[in-house]
Design a protein around this ligand. Structure first.
Ligand code: 5CA
Ligand code: ZN
Length: 411
């Protein structure tokens, strides 16, 4: 699939720091990407509705990681999927009378426009589930050869007992897993399963549902195996970071790791599993049923600037759960206004320590709130006391652009 246009990123020169992130599996904040190439897989959208601020916050978190890695001198290889066939799309099609493919096409296009507007660095490979069906089939056949697959009325399930290390990504108890799997797309109550936790790898065709003819039969892919097939095709085993929102820790990333490690008889699938917190709205979890969603395209249409949206998000640590509020957005707008005034001055206080502080904060588990405070201090100094470093405003502007993705020359 087509990705979206790449924003220009200023080069800051030497001084980038090695990047550390928190890995869910170990609970440790630890160094990433020992290689020259940093390899990242981030779970993409299920395109049945527009991108809300929760989705956007997750993609901005991993955009910060991409920018931090680049600054540390890594070449970044970034892969993202689009779950362009799954139950939510078919449910939406049924509810609206639209064709499921048309919904997927439209919402994916809106997502691209939202991401480009937010100056999110695009993935190098942007891959749909439908176009990955041959790879999914090959993975399921490989798992079958390992004895990790069973058939239930034509549906193919993964046998979690094939993985002796099952559970090591989330570290959850079995009871916690059982509760989550029911709520997140699993079918623990289906009779005939070997283990209620076993996830679907391949769903045999049902009447009125789209299906593809493959060596596995007429049907469509399960969810977790979709991401594994795409990641193994485009990154291979032992890539650096598997990313997504915290709602994906279990079952999605747990099952993904299991599928890949059993299939390849090798581990780990990803070196680090990194998860962003959940974003709500004014104290309530953003959810479709409550209708309390803030869509990126609505902010865009209302004339809000992308820099303000970015700073409203990046004012929170990516791992925290937080709420989108009007106050947060106004604060970000005021901050952009101050920052823009400061970098437009003819001279300012010395830039070296603020740029270094921003780099250090971002490299330390993407600590954008600390990075923002460092810029705030320099800006306050520049606006009150001034300074005589004529190069400083442009240096600070470039660092804010490269690391926080905020372009102060237009905002
Ligand atoms: N297509 C699958 C992943 S393979 C999926 O979860 N799609 S999604 O559209 O539901 O979510 C897209 C991304 O946004 C995921 O990384 C998810 O974890 C994240 N996300 C969803 N809701 C929120 C939220 N309220 N706050 C933060 N991130 C969220
Ligand atoms: Zn995924």
């Amino acid at each position: 699939m087509d990705s979206w246009p790449r924003p220009a990123i200023p080069e800051l020169g030497p001084g980038g720091r090695p990047v550390r992130v928190r890995d869910t599996s170990s609970g440790e904040i630890r160094p990433t990407a020992p290689g020259e190439e940093a390899r990242l897989y981030v779970c993409g959208i299920t395109p049945y509705d527009a991108t809300h601020m929760g989705h956007a916050a997750t993609y901005l978190a991993f955009d910060t990681l991409v920018r931090a890695w680049r600054d540390a001198g890594h070449r970044v290889r970034y892969v993202q999927n689009v779950t362009d066939i799954d139950d939510p799309l078919l449910d939406r099609a049924l509810a609206t009378g639209q064709d499921w493919q048309e919904i997927a096409r439209q919402e994916t296009q809106l997502f691209r426009e939202d991401m480009a507007w937010l100056r999110v660095v695009p993935p190098d490979e942007y891959i749909g589930a439908v176009e990955s069906i041959p790879s999914v089939v090959a993975c399921v056949e490989g798992l079958r050869a390992r004895g990790a697959v069973y058939d239930l009325e034509g549906d193919l399930y993964f046998d979690v007992s094939a993985d002796p290390l099952f559970g090591s990504v989330s570290g959850l108890s079995r009871d916690e897993m059982l509760a989550l799997v029911a709520e997140r797309g699993g079918d623990p109550l289906r009779p005939g399963k070997r283990d209620p936790l076993d996830p679907l790898l391949w769903r045999a065709a049902r009447p009125e549902e789209p299906a593809w003819d493959t060596p596995l039969g007429h049907g469509r892919p399960g969810w977790h195996i979709e991401c594994v097939a795409i990641a193994l095709d485009h990154l291979g085993m032992t890539f650096d970071v598997q990313g997504g929102g915290r709602d994906l820790v279990f079952p999605h990333h747990e099952m993904g790791a299991s599928h890949a490690e059993v299939l390849e008889d090798e581990r780990p699938y990803a070196r680090d599993y990194v998860h962003a917190g959940m974003v709500g709205l004014e104290g309530v979890k953003m959810s479709k049923s409550l209708g309390n969603l803030v869509f990126v395209h609505r902010l865009r249409e209302a004339g809000v600037t992308p820099g303000a949206v970015r700073l409203a998000v990046l004012a929170h640590h990516y791992r925290d759960d937080w709420d989108w509020t009007e106050t947060g957005l106004s604060e970000a707008q005021e901050r952009i206004e101050r920052w823009t005034r400061a970098v437009s001055l003819d001279a300012g206080p010395a830039w070296e320590s603020v740029v270094d502080a921003v780099r250090a904060a971002i490299a330390d588990d993407l600590d954008t709130p600390v990075a923002i405070r460092a810029v705030d201090h320099w800006v306050a100094d520049a606006l009150t006391r001034g300074g005589d470093d004529v190069g400083a405003p442009a240096r600070v502007r470039d660092a804010v652009d490269a690391l926080l993705g905020v372009d102060l020359s237009v905002d």
